[in-house]
Structures are given as structure tokens and as C-alpha cells.
Write a protein that binds this ligand. Structure first.
Ligand code: SF4
Length: 604
């Protein structure tokens, strides 16, 4: 294995490869790092004896760049990249972004909109007879008929729009490997219909299936769309999920149950692969995403928080899959040998840092559980929130030769933290670089309920405990709250309520994220249908740019420009009552100054 997988025929031949088995096409630049899906899968297949190449960010205007590595013996794999291409390209108000963190120089424009569809089309032009397998977040979350915010309509499964041969959703190491091994033995891809985590188009109903409303039915009725969403959301547990069937015209879209979670040994095997942890040497400019991940380690996958605006459960699953501390320490030792390593580890985490090592303690291990969240509305009594594995792992990492600081910048779920006193203490005393990012997302009860998040009481309890613990240990550190404006259920009144709460708690917001209806989430279902998937009741939705701007400006009111904007817009709305409420609360203010830029967005 060399430092990078080949991206052209010269590099392939230097390895003695005159033909490749599998070629992966990606919307991202090639960084040989386990935090990025395509290189991780490439290394995984390579470790099982397959000759794999990567075509990163090909120019999609002609087929030639897609022929850079020739014709693969088995199949092409296509991913739009680490983000959905439309989320990457547009702001929540559909304005074009001018940057792209996964491209050298951070420039916009290295991948097309709807990259998975465009890439497949070019590949089919180049090699009509070679199968194309879709994967990655864009394909994963658009696997069924789904609402598309950018088109403002319900679209078909991306598998049909792309005209690809198969779609693998979720974290696909094992489905992809099984596919490659079966094809290697001569099984045609068109006949492989039993792979977990796969979606295909067929004509025959499989055994033990659950029939979802058809594409036409969900596109024609918001109530039917909601019903289909609820049915699919209850089929995310790989141990008790049915095969889903959704008719699209005269064809059947068949979605097999998700792949089973990886064991610790299996996950270790993936992360122990010899990643160079560097961008491909062909790049001459810095890649912003690399700067964010280069000093971080992934300790686990999955999240059982079930927040309605987040798609992690639909992609990675609810079961936590944790690496061993031995594997993490080995990775850290390799990282510490890098010339640019100065002793600081920016993060050891996953979707939610304090879920490392936790598990379901039910007699069946949760294999028959259909709850979307183990924490909402109340923590499940079966949840084993044991914090010893995480504390032990952090201590081993922080105690390594050459490591000076280990900070935690992944999101923390503070309702879970209530059951984790040792982790809480460890975090507060050793792993906060001055500021802890926490994501209450909102503090108005009716909004947090729709977000499936803990409410204000839990946040206040956490904040008081955090400040007390920090004081006791002589630590000058604060909390950065991450918040969402414009979430379904949030009117201007709730934003004012949130702003007042923040003033009372002496918290100032530096970043507010506007809600984006990304594919596949419960909150997007609310946005589209105007209904709550849990209760079926109507939900208020802020739809105009004007209201979205106002909601955000209320949150950022400590900034002079935003303050003027909120005054103007509230007056135009005739809501002087809300203006007075905001002004009465003035005089609070933040108790911290940000000293470092945020390294990455918290997930929870
Ligand atoms: S039984 Fe409880 S802890 Fe186990 S998976 Fe279900 S909700 Fe989570």
C-alpha cells in the first residue's frame, strides 16, 4: 500500500496495476483520511485485495475526465462527497455560496449540483456497460421519494433519477465489500438483490416487505407523504426493519434493511488502515476541510439523540459503534509522528462525543426497539450511559508521549451528561479549550419538543453545573450555545422568548444557523407538510426570506447591524410589543470572548 490510492493511470501503473477493479468518483478533493468516506472505502477495499483508484472532483462537462483511470473490471462507485451537493452549494435562503471546504483553495465550483446524478450520467456515456453504484450522504438520504427544498417539490428516489445500477446507503464498508467479492466470483450486479443497506429497482415484490405509498401518492398528498415518512422512520433498526418497497410508476424501488452496526473489532480494522492523513500531493493549495480534521480522531459512529433536524440516525444508525482505546491510541501515535503535529488534538469524538462506549442494556439489546431516540422525550431506562469507557480512553490519549492537550469539539448531549458525572468532570477539568460548544438549538418548549431536544430546564441545570464545576477547579471557561433560527414550530414570538432566555442566562450568540430543510429529516417533513410527524398536528413554518432574516437578526441582536435590522422588521410587522420585550431584557450580555474560531459544527 502506498501513501495514496492512484488518481491517474501513471500512478496506477507505478503500482504495477494495468487495470483497476473498482474506481470511486468523488465530489471532494482526495484527502487520505479516515474521516472522509470515499478514501476510507477505497482503503478498505484495497486491504481486501482489490485494485482501487479514485477520481476526485472530475470536470463533469465531458466524459473524458471520468476515463482518467480507464474502465474498471467490476464497477464504478459514485459519491457526491461528504455533503449533499445542494447543501454544499447554497445557503439556507438558496443563495449561491462562494466557497467549498472540500476543494483546494476553498473555491466554489469544483462539483456540479446533484453531483451523484451528473457523475453517473457521464460514466454511462463513457462506459455504458459498466455498473455504477451510488453511495455517500447525498444518495443515502435521497434513497426514497423525498422532498427537495431547492426544487420545492417531491422528487423520485435518486437511484431512478441517476439511472445507476444500485445504491448503498449508510456506512457501507461491509455491503460494498460483499458486493465486490460476489462480483469478483462472477455474480452479476443485476442479480444481487439481498445486500443489506442496498436499494435496487425491481419488478417482483420481495418476501417480508412493507409497502410504502407510491411516489405518485406521496407527491400528490402531504398527508400521504407524512404517513410514508413515519413508516420509513420506524424501519431504521437493522435488527427488526422490513424491506421497504415504494412503487415508482410501473417499477418497484426496493430498499433492503440497513447494514448491521460494526463491532468494535470491525470498526478498529477499518480505522487501523494505513491512511497517510494527507491530501494527495497533486494539490498545491490548502483544503479547508483538511485543516479542520487533521488533528481530530473519530472514536465512534451512530447517534441515539434522534434530533428531528439531523439525518445522522438515518445514515449512521442509532446504535453506538465504538472503537477500542487501543486503536485510538495507535492512531494518535501515528498522528503524533507528523511533522506538523504540535501536541494538540482538536477532537476525539463522533456525532455526539459523550455517547462513546454507551449502549442499550435491554434484554434484547434494543433489537426490537423502534424508538427514534433513546433520550427523547425522556432518557430510556434501558440506556446504559456508562462513562468509564470514555473517561479511560481520554486519559490514555491525553497521557501519551508528545500529547499536550486533547480538546473535545464534537457536540455534547447534556441530558445524557446528567448520568455521566465522571465524564462531566473529566471534560470540565481537562478537555475544554476555553469554550465548550453546546447545542440547545432553542429554549422555547414548543420548539425544543418539535426538535426532539431536551428543554430549557435541562439546559439551565447543565449550565449551572458547568459554571460551578469550572469555578471549583479554577477554570476560566464558558459555553458557546449553538442555536437554530427558523425551525418548524418557531415563530418570531419564540425567537424573542429565546433571546430573552439567553440574556437572562448571560449567554451571547456568535453563530446562529438558519434552518435548512435537508433531505430525509423529520424537520424537513414538517417543513414540507406543515404537520408534526409525531402527532400529525399542524406546525407553524416560517417560509418567507423576510421572516427567516428577522428570526436570525433577533438572535444576533447584540451586533449593531442586526439590531437595526430586527428593529426595522419588527416595526414593519407592527410588533412593537416584541421590541419592548427585547429592550426590557437588555443589560445582560455575554460572559466570554471567543478566542478561537469554531473547528466544526456541533452535531447535537
Ligand atoms: S430500548 Fe431504550 S436504550 Fe434500547 S434502543 Fe430502545 S430506546 Fe434505546
Amino acid at each position: 500500500m502506498s501513501r495514496h490510492l492512484p488518481i491517474n493511470l501513471v500512478e496506477a501503473r507505478a503500482r504495477g496495476w494495468h487495470e483497476l477493479d473498482i474506481i470511486l468518483v468523488s465530489g471532494d478533493a482526495y484527502i487520505d483520511h479516515p474521516a472522509i468516506g470515499v478514501p476510507l472505502l477505497g482503503r478498505w477495499l484495497e486491504s481486501h485485495g482489490f485494485r482501487v483508484g479514485i477520481i476526485p472532483q472530475p470536470d463533469w462537462r465531458s466524459k473524458e475526465p471520468f476515463m482518467a483511470l480507464g474502465k474498471p473490471r467490476l464497477f464504478f462507485g459514485v459519491s457526491a462527497g461528504a455533503m449533499d451537493s445542494l447543501v454544499a452549494h447554497y445557503t439556507p435562503r438558496k443563495k449561491l455560496r462562494h466557497d467549498d471546504a472540500y476543494t483546494p483553495g476553498g473555491r466554489h465550483g469544483a462539483r456540479p449540483n446533484r453531483a451523484a446524478i451528473i457523475y453517473t450520467s457521464r460514466l454511462k456515456e463513457a462506459y455504458r456497460d459498466v455498473p455504477v453504484v451510488l453511495g455517500g450522504i447525498e444518495a443515502s438520504l435521497r434513497r426514497l421519494a423525498h422532498y427537495d427544498y431547492w426544487d420545492d417539490k417531491v422528487r423520485r428516489s435518486i437511484l431512478l433519477d441517476a439511472k445507476a445500477d444500485l445504491l448503498l446507503y449508510g456506512m457501507a464498508e461491509y455491503p460494498l465489500l460483499e458486493l465486490a467479492q460476489r462480483m469478483q466470483k462472477g455474480e452479476p450486479l443485476a442479480l444481487i438483490h439481498d445486500l443489506r443497506g442496498s436499494v435496487y429497482v425491481g419488478k417482483k415484490l420481495p418476501d417480508n416487505h412493507l409497502l410504502l405509498p407510491s411516489f405518485d401518492a406521496v407527491a400528490g398528498s402531504k398527508e400521504t407523504y407524512l404517513a410514508a415518512f413515519r413508516q420509513a422512520e420506524h424501519q431504521l433498526n437493522p435488527y427488526c426493519a422490513h424491506t421497504l418497497v415504494q412503487p415508482h410508476g410501473d417499477r418497484l424501488l426496493i430498499c433492503n434493511p440497513p447494514a448491521e452496526p460494526l463491532t468494535t473489532q470491525q470498526l478498529d480494522a477499518v480505522y487501523n488502515l494505513p491512511f497517510s492523513r494527507e491530501p494527495h500531493p497533486a494539490y498545491t493549495e490548502a483544503i479547508p476541510a483538511f485543516e479542520q480534521i487533521k488533528l481530530s480522531l473519530t472514536s465512534h459512529r451512530g447517534c441515539y439523540g434522534g434530533c428531528s433536524f439531523c439525518a445522522i440516525t438515518a445514515h449512521q444508525g442509532k446504535f453506538i459503534q465504538s472503537r477500542s482505546s487501543v486503536s485510538l491510541v495507535a492512531e494518535l501515535q501515528a498522528l503524533s509522528k507528523k511533522g506538523w503535529f504540535r501536541g494538540t488534538v482538536s477532537d476525539i469524538g463522533g456525532p455526539t462525543a459523550n455517547m462513546y462506549g454507551t449502549a442499550c442494556n435491554a434484554a434484547d439489546g434494543g433489537k426490537n426497539c423502534r424508538r427514534p431516540s433513546c433520550l427523547y422525550p425522556k432518557p430510556c431506562p434501558n440506556l446504559r450511559a456508562d462513562d468509564q469507557p470514555a473517561v479511560g480512553m481520554l486519559r490514555k490519549a491525553a497521557g501519551l508521549n508528545g500529547v499536550r492537550t486533547v480538546t473535545i469539539t464534537s457536540g455534547i448531549r447534556y441530558d445524557l451528561l446528567e448520568q455521566q458525572p465522571a465524564y462531566f468532570k473529566e471534560l470540565v477539568t481537562r478537555h475544554i479549550g476555553g469554550l465548550l460548544k453546546v447545542a440547545p438549538e432553542h429554549l422555547a418548549g414548543q420548539v425544543t419538543a418539535l426538535m426532539r431536544k431536551p428543554g430549557k430546564e435541562e439546559f439551565v441545570r447543565f449550565l449551572e453545573r458547568f459554571r460551578e464545576e469550572s469555578r471549583r477547579h479554577g477554570k476560566q471557561q464558558g459555553v458557546v450555545p449553538y442555536l437554530i433560527s427558523g425551525h418548524p414550530g418557531c415563530r418570531v414570538d419564540e425567537m424573542v422568548e429565546l433571546a430573552q432566555q439567553l440574556q437572562r442566562l448571560k449567554l451571547k450568540v456568535e453563530q446562529a444557523q438558519e434552518f435548512t430543510p435537508t433531505p430525509g429529516t423529520a424537520a424537513t417533513c414538517m417543513y414540507y407538510t406543515g404537520l408534526d410527524p409525531d402527532s400529525g398536528q399542524p406546525v407553524y413554518v416560517a417560509r418567507t426570506d423576510r421572516e427567516k432574516i428577522l428570526q436570525k437578526s433577533i438572535l444576533l441582536r447584540h451586533l449593531p447591524e442586526e439590531r437595526q435590522r430586527s428593529i426595522k422588521l419588527l416595526r414593519e410587522l407592527g410588533r412593537n410589543d416584541l421590541l419592548r420585550m427585547l429592550d426590557e431584557g437588555q443589560g445582560g450580555g455575554g460572559q466570554y470572548r471567543r478566542t478561537t474560531p469554531p473547528q466544526k459544527r456541533t452535531a447535537r
